[in-house]
Ligand binder design. Structure first.
Ligand code: PBG
Length: 314
């Protein structure tokens, strides 16, 4: 009766990695329990997701071919576009959010187009527009740009509107830090930069005022939901963002946060379920409305059990 924060299954978004092929379900060694799926093997996984009441998934694609420009990212026959069509046929109620970025599609692994070895912001915007429109055309319910180029929310909004996709919302990775917690993801999505790092476009972990400026810009450009990423080491940013803007806010409980808990639990150092629920509750308490988490299925299962609805502490 006096609990201030209630985590519910409705708050959860489950990330999924999809790759071309048939009958593929490839384990990701650094993320126990997480796989890369081909569109056919994704179906049973989605059945479980839907039956647990998880309302939304976030799709990341692994293309067949990479090139300098990441052109497969905006092909109508690309892996994400195909998968969205498949999901929408079998699970029309499931909210399908697609990641908009080039890094898994470019041969150099950067989130933007390179000119003389440097990521160029403005040249990248046109590609992001094409990706967003192709995902929306395939049936995506929402697009989520994660590249951190300046001006991309406005550019994507304009492109979606002129393509007639006026009802497709944008969830923007507004304050995305250049974080070591993305390590396992880069194995999962095969998107590690081949040279240099992402510090010219992602944020310095030492900054928090800058995060608020980034979020303000994205809201001004038309972001429907803004995101802070990672979550656990950035609860102060989540808190400030919610206090200052009161805008719908998502937090990304990223791959490294997942793998650390898994590693600790596997070695018997911590209780997995209790730790997961405490972490997710803390992210919500800080101010997140939505949580993107690889633990979505575990959390949904826990929430079905009375123990975690009226959570007792150890
Ligand atoms: C791509 C992208 C990354 C993540 C989501 N989208 C990696 C990166 O920026 O290097 C990380 C997600 C995670 O670690 O779970 N731009």
């Amino acid at each position: 009766m006096v609990r201030e924060t209630c985590l519910t299954t409705d708050d959860l978004i489950y990330p999924l990695f999809v790759k071309a092929g048939k009958n593929e379900r490839v384990a990701i060694p650094s993320m126990p329990g997480i796989y890369q799926y081909s569109p056919d093997t994704l179906i049973p996984e989605l059945k479980e997701v839907a039956s647990l009441g998880i309302p939304a998934v976030l799709l990341f694609g692994l293309p067949e071919h990479k090139d300098d420009l990441g052109s497969e990212a905006y092909s109508s026959e690309g892996i994400v576009q195909q998968t969205v069509r498949t999901i929408k046929q079998s699970f029309p109620e499931l909210i399908v959010i697609t990641d908009i970025c080039l890094c898994a599609y470019t041969s150099h692994g950067h989130c933007g187009i390179l000119e003389e070895g440097m990521v160029t912001n403005d040249a990248t915007l046109a590609s992001l527009q094409k990706i967003a429109v192709s995902h929306a055309a395939a049936g995506a319910d929402m697009v989520a740009p994660s590249d951190m180029m300046d001006g991309r929310v406005g550019a994507i909004r304009t492109a979606l509107d002129s393509a007639g996709c006026i009802h497709t919302p944008i969830m923007s990775y507004a304050a995305k830090y250049a974080s070591h917690f993305y390590g396992p993801f880069r194995e999962a999505a095969d998107c590690a930069p081949q040279s240099g790092d992402r510090r010219s476009y992602q944020m310095d972990p030492a900054n928090s005022d800058e995060a608020l400026r980034e979020i303000a810009l994205d809201i001004e450009e038309g972001a429907d939901i803004v995101m802070v990423k990672p979550a656990l080491a950035y609860l102060d940013i989540i808190y400030r963002a919610k206090q200052q803007f009161g805008h719908p806010l998502a937090a990304y409980n990223v791959s490294g946060e997942y793998s650390l808990v898994k590693a600790g639990a596997t070695q018997g150092m911590i209780d997995e379920r209790g730790t997961v629920m405490e972490i997710l509750q803390s992210i919500k308490r800080a101010g997140a409305d939505l949580i993107i988490t690889y633990f979505a299925k575990e959390a949904a299962k826990a929430l079905q059990e009375t123990e975690f609805r009226s959570q007792k502490s150890e």
